[in-house]
Structure formats: C-alpha cells, structure tokens
Design a protein around this ligand. Structure first.
Ligand code: UD1
Length: 413
C-alpha cells in the first residue's frame, strides 16, 4: 500500500490527535497485572497497538475493540509467552518481561523489534530489573527471567523510556519498594504511572528523574484515557507549516510539545494556544532553524524526520543533530530525491532550504521517515508516491483521511 499525494494544496481546518501510541503500548502491558477488565479510551487501532494486542493475547489475555475503546480482560492469562515473529513486530514486546515476571514470577520472551533506526539494545532494561532483584539471563535469542523484581535501587545509565517503563511495571507488583534513578521523564511515563495508580498501585515521581514504586499485592482493572499523541499532533502542526496553511490541532497539552513549538516560532509560524487547542499559521517566508534531539523535555527524536522535511523548504541552513538514535536518517536520501539539499555528517544533517520540493517516488523506510515524506509530498510540486506505508500505519491512525479533511490531495493506492 502506498500514499499518492498531489502537492501544493494549502491546508486549512481542524484536526484531533488520538491517544498517544507510546502511552497505550506500555499501558497494555501493565493491564495484564490487573484483576478484571481495563478499558483504554480513545485508543487508535494502529498496527503497533494491534500487534501488542496479539502479544498479550498469546499470553491468554482477551482484547477487543469496541469503537475507539480497547477492552483488555486478563482473566485467563498464563505465562505462555509469544513467538519471535510477533515479538519483532513491535518494540514494546520487551515490556512483557516486566509484566509477565511481575504477574507470574517468571518470564521467557524473545528479543523485541520496532523501527530500523539503528541498534536498539535492551541492556539498560535488563540491568535495571537485575538491580531491582530479578534473576535474568539471555539464552538463544530469548530473555529468561526466573525470579521477579523484589525491590531495590537502580541507576539508569541513560534515561531510556522503555527501561523506565519496564522497571515501573515490574516493580508495581513486587514485595518491596523500588527506586529508579535517572528515569526518563516523558509524558508517556506519567501516563503509565497514573494508570497503575488508578488500578491501586503506588508509583511516585513519574515525570521526574527519580521514580519510587511500592509494590502492591493486587491491582484492579479500570477505565483510563491516556494523553493525546504529541508526535501525531506535532506532525499535523508541521503539515500546516510546510504548506503555509492554518490549522487547529485539538487535544494536546501544549507544555508537552514546547520544544517543537519553539522551533515552529523560529520558522516564522504564528502560534496561538487556548487550553488544549493549538492554532498554527504557517510562515510566509519560512526560516531555517537548528535543533538537537534529546530525552524529554528536549526536542523529541520522533519529530526529527518531520523537522527535516520542514527545514528542506525553509530559507537558510538548518543544522539538525540526532543524539538519541544517531543513525535515524533514512529520510535524508529520500528528501534529496524530492529536490532537498541535505547532507549528512555522522549524527548531524545540514539542510539548505530550497523554495519548493518536487514530486517523486520515495520509500517510507520507517515510521517517522514515512511521516516526513508525506509532509514533503504536501509541499512538493507534482505527484509524490510514498511507497510502503505499512511503517507509517504503525503510528498514525487514518493519516490520509485526516489530511484530506484539511484539504490535502492524498489517496491510498
Ligand atoms: C521510546 C519510544 C520511541 C522513541 C524513544 C526515544 C515507545 C513505544 N517508543 O522507544 O518512539 O523514539 O522512546 O524517545 O515509547 N538504549 C540502550 N539500551 C537499552 C535501551 C535503550 O542502549 O536497553 C538506547 C537506544 O538504543 C537509544 C536510546 O537508548 O539510543 C533511547 O532508547 P529508549 O528511550 O529506550 O527508546 P524506546 O523505549 O525503545
């Protein structure tokens, strides 16, 4: 499946973000710990969520979509494990290490997958769980946990989002108290902690670099509405900027995307904020901007590719440095196929803005690469074919419909 885009339309209108993919996925893993049903509200049926549902179903958990609600019923769950193939389909399969070991005292899981954006090791996850008392070994492509987390202290060598989540989930049903120092501070970690606390757990300090988790004996299923997807919302803000359009993005906490908003202002966009609505008018003379990605609250690596697309049509030289996934630059060669003038120097892209891109056949190598190419296609003169949107659909719910509603000429072919 591909997206065909006839570029050059100015976007205008309102769009609403879904619940954050990166909140929903760890919440799905944590939900297996509960007695009774959990309902995740406003949940997008994107491929990552569907694959994560298959993973928890392999462990005997029932999942069902009713409209935009995902219902998770762990009644008949078991420590059965899941196949290598399904594990590779989504990065958060690794969170089942924390979840299954917390529930059953043991777990065997294959290594996880996710986007091909450079090496994605799990050493920080494993060290954290070991520091907290788990007994874990790696054998024949499997991660084996024979003793669960008991409580203790761990210091993360990098504020890994997944490792913080794995440690929180594993610790939430442990006998003792766990302290995670150097934790990731992403809003999605706060969502996970709020979810676990709603279920009866005791997680403190989420959103700061020190998280304390007191294990509890039982958690109880509840209804939860995660935060809106700040990366999806940010992508639509850039869609307005790159087409010189006027768009209202509803349902996002502006404070969660302030690093992006600052760059859009540098780019000469006009931004107004009212509660959870961000109004943006694209600048008439887009200006170059520079950024370095980093853990929250720095500029998110998940917006770097989309920012490169905007930089490609912004006057002057933008310098974009990637410090989280240093090889996350598949989009650069594809943008150059559309007339961009971008050069890579290791983990840094130097992009000299051109007036306009031109349509081309380009390939969506990974999720955010795909998003960047769609954005570039909206700006480009002529027709762009973004090939293989399967990666894109891992993270964006009905992107073509949402963009078409804003006036884009985009169809699925
Ligand atoms: C999460 C997000 C992803 C985002 C990333 C960084 C989800 C489902 N995915 O991914 O969209 O791009 O955070 O914001 O929430 N690392 C190690 N060893 C480890 C773990 C991580 O070296 O054990 C390295 C990674 O290779 C990477 C960096 O740490 O360079 C950040 O990874 P991490 O924060 O763990 O990202 P994910 O949780 O995989």
């Amino acid at each position: 499946m591909d997206f065909k885009i006839n570029g050059g339309r100015t976007l205008d209108g309102k769009v609403r973000a879904e619940s954050a993919k990166n909140s929903v996925l760890p919440i799905m893993a944590a939900a297996i710990l509960a007695d009774g049903q959990t309902v995740i509200k406003n949940c997008p049926a994107i491929a990552d969520v569907v694959n994560m549902a298959k993973i928890i179903e392999s462990c005997g958990v029932k999942t069902e979509f009713t409209g935009k609600n995902l219902i998770i019923t762990p009644e008949n769950s078991a420590d059965g494990g899941f196949s290598k193939e399904i594990s590779k389909s989504v990065r958060t399969s690794v969170l089942m290490l924390g979840a299954l070991s917390a529930k059953y005292g043991k777990a065997i899981i294959p290594y996880p997958g996710g986007c091909d954006i450079g090496g994605r090791p799990v050493d920080i996850h494993i060290k954290a769980l070991k520091d907290l008392g788990a007994n874990i070994s790696e054998e024949d492509g499997l991660i084996v946990c024979t003793e669960p987390v008991k409580g203790g202290k761990t210091v993360l060598s990098f504020p890994s989002v997944g490792a913080t989540e794995n440690a929180i989930i594993a610790a939430s049903a442990a006998d003792g108290e766990s302290v995670i120092i150097g934790a990731a501070k992403e809003p999605e970690i706060v969502d996970l902690a709020e979810f676990i606390n709603l279920l009866g757990g005791e997680v403190e300090g989420a959103g700061t670099s020190v998280v304390r988790v007191r294990g509890v004996k039982r958690l109880f299923g509840r209804e939860f509405t995660p935060s809106f997807d700040r990366i999806e919302a940010g992508t639509y803000l850039i869609a307005a900027a790159i087409t010189g359009g006027e768009v209202e993005v509803k349902g996002v906490k502006p404070e969660n995307i302030s690093a992006l908003l600052a760059k859009l202002c540098d780019n000469t966009c006009k931004i107004k904020i009212k509660n959870d609505i961000i109004y943006i008018r694209g600048g008439r003379r887009r200006k170059a901007f520079s950024l370095t990605t980093g853990p929250y609250p720095s500029f998110p690596t998940d917006m770097q590719a989309q920012a490169c697309a905007l930089a490609a049509v912004s006057g002057g030289v933008s310098v974009i440095k990637e410090s989280v996934f240093r090889k996350r630059f598949h989009h650069i060669a594809e943008l150059n196929n559309m007339g961009a003038k971008a050069r890579l120097y290791g983990d840094t892209a130097e992009i000299t803005g051109v007036m306009k891109l031109h349509g081309a056949e380009v390939y969506a190598h990974d999720l955010r690469c795909g998003a960047a190419l769609v954005l570039a296609g909206l700006n480009a003169e002529g027709t762009t074919l973004v090939k293989d949107i399967s990666h894109l659909e891992r993270g964006y719910f009905r992107m073509d419909e949402k963009l078409a509603a804003l006036g884009a000429d985009i169809v699925r072919v």
